[in-house]
Design a protein around this ligand. Sequence first.
Ligand code: AMP
Length: 321
Amino acid sequence: MSHHRHRKLSLLTPSGHLTLGNLLGALRPMAAGQAGAECFYGIADLHALTTPHDPTALRDAVREMATLLLAAGLDESTLFVQSRVPAHAQLAYLLECTAYTGELNRMIQFKEKGRGVDATRVSLYTYPALMAADILLYRPRQVPVGADQRQHVELTRDLAIRFNNTYGPVFTVPEVTVPPVGARVMRLDDPTRKMGKSDNSAGVVALLDPPDVVRRKIARAVTDSDAGDDAVRSDPTKPGVSNLLQILEACGGSAEGVTTYGALKRAVTDAVVAELEPLQKRYAELAADPVHVDGVFRAGAEHCREVTAPVLAAAEAAIGL
Ligand code: AMP
C-alpha cells in the first residue's frame, strides 16, 4: 500500500471566527511547514452541520475562513472546502458500515456534547466516521493531533485495520504522532480556558478585530492582585499574566523592562496589533477579489477529487459495490 511520507493534512471547522489562538497554534505553523511538504488544508463545512447552525452564517464563515487561510500565506498548499470533495461523505458512509455503535458510544466528545439529549443530531454521533474518511482518503503516514483529537485518530486506525482485514488492503493505517507543543493561547477573561473560535466573548481576540477592539480586549484581560516588583512573570499561579507573556513572545514582542500590568498590556497590544496588521491588510485585498479566492478553492477541490478518487474506488470495489 502506498502512503505519503511528506503529506500533511488538516481540517478546520468553520464554527466561528478564527482567533489569535488559531493563528499562533495552527495557521502560523501550517504556513511554516509548507516547504518540502505536500499539504492539504480543508474547511470542514460538513462537520459544522453536526450542531445547530444557520445556513447564511455558515456560508459567510466558510468564505471568511477561506480568505483568511490565503491571507495567512497558505497559498503553497492545496486548499479546499470539504463538501466540494464528495468522496469525504461517500467514504464516511462506508466507514459507518465498518464502525460499531459500541465504539461511537465511547467517544468522549459525543459523551460530553450530545449523548442523552433528544435533539442531538445523528451526524454528531457519526462524526468520527467522517473524520476517519477525511484522513484515510489522503493516505498520510502520520497524523499529528492534539490530545483532544487523539481518540478520533485511534478510531480511524481501528476502522482502517478492520476494513483492510475484512475486505482487503485498501487503507494506509496512519500513525498518531504528538505535535511539538505549540502556543496554547488562553482566554483573556478566563485564562483557565482555551481561546476558542466558538466562544464569542470579550476574552477572545478574533483575527479580524480592528486595533481598537484588540486594545480594549487586552486592556480588560484578567491578571491578578499581585503588584510586587516581580509581578510580571510567567508562573503557574499567575495564569493571566503568563498567557499575556506567551502571546507577547509569540507575536515577536519582549517584556524586557516591563514591570507593571499596564505596561505589559500595552506591550501585548502593540505586538498583537503589529502581528495582525499585515494579515488584515492581505485579507482586505483578497476579500475585494472573491473570484480569485473562489478560483484557488475550486482548483484545490479539483486536485483533492483526483487524489481521493482512487482510494474511494478501491474501498467501494473491496466492500462489494
Ligand atoms: P479549533 O479552533 O479548536 O477547531 O482548532 C483548530 C486548530 O487551531 C487546531 O490546530 C488547534 O490546535 C488550534 N487552536 C485552536 N484554539 C487554539 C488556542 N487557543 N491556542 C492554540 N491553538 C489553538
